[in-house]
Design a protein around this ligand. Structure first.
Ligand code: ZN
Length: 256
């Protein structure tokens, strides 16, 4: 489970890329003590309005409560240009979601996709830059599940983080991180909830719930066979579950 050079670089960069309502604990750029948005409000609004007119789906990777504010403001102005409800616009890793975000997100029918491996990978760096309190509250998974009116998806946020779905499920259930121990135990979720996020939830976010996300007649037979049931083993043991076979279209393409 070693991290590649890319992941190491991502670890250094990732935790400093964000936009927050309150200043960083140890801001290294005095001109941007709260970080900064990756796109200007006017560019973001113009892009989103055009996407809304075209009926496109938009997903925004959000690091920090102010980044979520910025995405919501742009999505709301796009909704004025052409209604976006039903297009499943997505807040990808709604990091540091606040209670006041949910009324706005739900009114637009937004989807949130948890990317717990981002917190797993970058927790140590986040603690340094934004402080321990905010770090614990990044990726508040149980808040996503209780507040969102839409299915919640789950992902790896690869390539910033390792592409290992079971790692994401394990960290979602335990809140364990790389190098910073358990972060925000209050936000942990059950194994079945995590599995649902990583399967049906993500299929829904991609408009693919009729083909993917569960094993039933009429859907693609793309699946893995595991050597243990994530819902039956101890949470800590989910990380050690092995993939014994991978099927694509019902055909075995990998056997351990
Ligand atoms: Zn991301």
């Amino acid at each position: 489970m070693g991290a590649s050079a890319g992941h190491q670089a991502g670890r250094r960069r990732g935790c400093r890329a964000g936009y927050y309502r309150e200043p960083f604990a140890f801001a290294d750029d005095p001109n941007s003590p709260r970080g900064k948005p990756a796109a200007s409000p006017s560019n973001l609004a113009a892009f989103c309005a055009e996407a809304a007119r075209l009926g496109w789906q938009v997903g925004a990777h959000c690091v920090g409560d102010a980044a979520i504010d910025a995405a919501l403001t742009a999505f709301e102005s796009a909704d004025q240009a052409a209604p976006i409800r039903g297009l499943r616009w997505t807040l990808i890793h709604m990091m540091l979601a606040r209670e006041d975000h949910w009324a706005r997100a739900n009114r637009l029918g937004l989807i949130v996709t948890a990317q717990q491996p981002l917190l797993y990978t970058l927790a140590e760096g986040f603690r340094k830059y934004i402080g321990p309190e905010r770090t614990r509250n990044l990726e508040p998974l149980s808040m996503y599940l209780s507040r969102s009116e839409q299915p919640v998806g789950g992902g790896s946020d690869s390539p910033v983080t390792p592409f290992q779905p079971l790692l994401g499920i394990w960290s979602s259930v335990t809140r364990q991180t790389h190098g910073a121990g358990v972060q925000g135990a209050d936000w942990k979720i059950g194994a079945e909830q995590a599995l649902r996020m990583y399967t049906l939830g993500s299929a829904y976010a991609a408009f693919e719930e009729d083909r993917k996300g569960s094993i039933m007649p009429g859907k693609l037979a793309d699946m893995v066979v595991l050597d243990a049931d994530p819902c039956q083993v101890e949470p800590e043991a989910i990380r050690d579950i092995r993939v014994v076979a991978t099927l694509v279209g019902g055909k075995v393409v990998h056997e351990a």
